[in-house]
Design a protein around this ligand. Structure first.
Ligand code: CP
Length: 335
């Protein structure tokens, strides 16, 4: 087992290649760079008249989303189709989960239909790890977002957006602003930025929306947005996740925008060529001024486009690594 596969035994195969994509925690810089380079090469596919490559021809991908999604679900579907896979979108709200079928039974039934890959979104942190470890280890599992834990493809599409606009991560100041407590995107972004060499990562938000233990990510924490934004190159705004909040974590919406909203005035405190990002869905007037969301510095819609290429990269790499592991297992059994 290589050192990397020992650190990420679930995600990497015995040769250290991607097999599942569950979290960015522990993945080496070389692997993240390979994902970005592969995604860069797939961007061109989206500009062709026939937007297809045959890498997953004959493979079956199931999108299994137990939580709502617009961008992630559709871009995974497009990515799989551009790789020539057959794609099934399980509509969880009309599936037999409403009759009491468990997550495990649902996925085992889909596995019996010769599934090659599951893209899973679930409200519970750890759901994707559980499936990869306990339910379907021989199917490539891609995490489309699990609770507050991780959203690794969002993390990587954010990194692709930053790299394409700004280049070398080691020279950048990046601010992540808002509801950090409930944000799987913030966690994935912090891990990716650190691994890729960014040394000035600023986390900005009200004390009530900052989780404990942020220091482990090597970030600087600010409760004063004006101080935190000074001179930054990249601003990643986050949505207030009211659906995950219990109790009075916040003042009024108006007060929140006054203290933590990205206005034109605040944007002017950042570097003159700074870029504005947001994973979506955006709430105009809550965390971001409508004018800023649509301004020339905004890369919010580019992020969506880059998401297709990143998801193509991750899916093709994980499918290849899963097949490689099957061959290793078959060879071992034959001994
Ligand atoms: N960024 C993101 O995960 O958006 P969706 O919830 O629409 O997939």
């Amino acid at each position: 087992m290589t050192p990397n596969s020992a650190k990420c035994p679930l995600q990497l195969n015995e040769r250290g290649n991607l097999r599942h994509f569950l979290s960015l925690d522990g993945l080496p810089r070389e692997l993240l760079t390979e994902i970005l380079d592969t995604a860069d090469s797939f961007l061109e596919v989206g500009e062709r008249a026939v937007k297809k490559v045959p890498l997953l021809r004959g493979m079956t991908v199931f999108n299994v989303f137990f939580e709502n999604s617009t961008r992630t679900r559709t871009t995974f579907e497009l990515a799989a189709k551009r790789l020539s896979a057959d794609v099934i979108n399980l509509n969880v709200s009309t599936s037999s989960t409403s009759k009491g079928e468990t997550l495990t039974d649902t996925l085992r039934n889909l596995e019996s239909m010769a599934a090659d890959m599951f893209v899973v979104r679930h409200a519970n942190s750890g759901a994707a790890h559980f499936i990869a470890e306990q339910v379907c280890p021989n199917v490539a599992i891609i995490n489309g977002g699990d609770g507050r834990h991780a959203h690794p493809t969002q993390g990587m599409l954010d990194m692709l957006t930053i790299r394409r606009n700004k280049g070398d991560f080691s020279k950048l100041s990046v601010a992540i602003v808002g509801d950090i407590l409930h944000s799987r995107v913030a966690r994935s972004d912090m891990l990716a930025l650190r691994t890729l060499g960014c040394t000035d990562i600023r986390i900005i938000g009200p004390q009530t929306l900052l989780p404990v233990g942020l220091e482990q990510y090597g970030v600087k924490v600010y409760t004063d947005m004006d101080k935190g934004l000074e001179g930054v190159d990249v601003i990643i705004m986050l949505r207030l996740q009211r659906e995950r909040m219990q109790g009075g974590l916040l003042p009024s919406q108006g007060e929140y925008f006054r203290l933590y909203g990205l206005s034109e005035k605040r944007l002017a405190q950042t570097a003159t060529d700074s870029i504005v990002m947001h994973p979506g869905p955006i709430n105009r007037g809550v965390e971001i001024d409508s004018i800023v969301a649509d301004c020339a510095q905004s890369r919010i819609l580019d992020q969506v486009t880059y998401g297709i290429a990143v998801r193509m990269a991750v899916m093709s790499m994980a499918m290849s690594g899963q097949q490689e592991q099957q061959q290793i297992n078959t060879a071992k059994e034959a001994l």
